[in-house]
Unconditional design. Structure first.
Length: 108
């Protein structure tokens, strides 16, 4: 299958990035299938989708709830991006990503 950019994947869809299999869990994050480790994937990254027709759903309801909350927070942050200075937006984005990573570590 042809490579596509990371944002083109559906949430829950599997893909290969730099030789590792991942599942997209948020607009910027993916979880490695083998280790469960989360990784930020750049929006510009080219990835190889595993199966475009059947995204895998998150089976753990706690992870699914955390991912939904993170997705909603990112959406709110994007809406505010035009109204706040770029450095403030970037700092808030970093803080949210760090908080999400801490929460994932607590769940794993």
């Amino acid at each position: 299958m042809a490579a596509i950019k990371f944002p083109q994947l559906a949430l829950g869809q599997g893909f290969i990035f730099r030789g590792t299999r991942y599942v997209k869990v948020s607009p910027l994050l993916a979880r490695a299938e083998a280790s469960g480790h989360s990784q930020v994937i750049p929006r510009s990254a080219l990835v190889e989708p595993l199966d475009a027709s059947a995204p895998s759903a998150t089976t753990d309801p706690t992870h699914a709830a955390l991912e939904e909350l993170h997705r909603a927070a990112l959406d709110c942050l994007e809406e505010l991006s035009a109204k706040v200075p770029a450095p403030a937006y970037e700092q808030a984005h970093r803080q949210l990503a760090a908080a999400y990573q801490r929460a994932l570590k607590m769940l794993n």
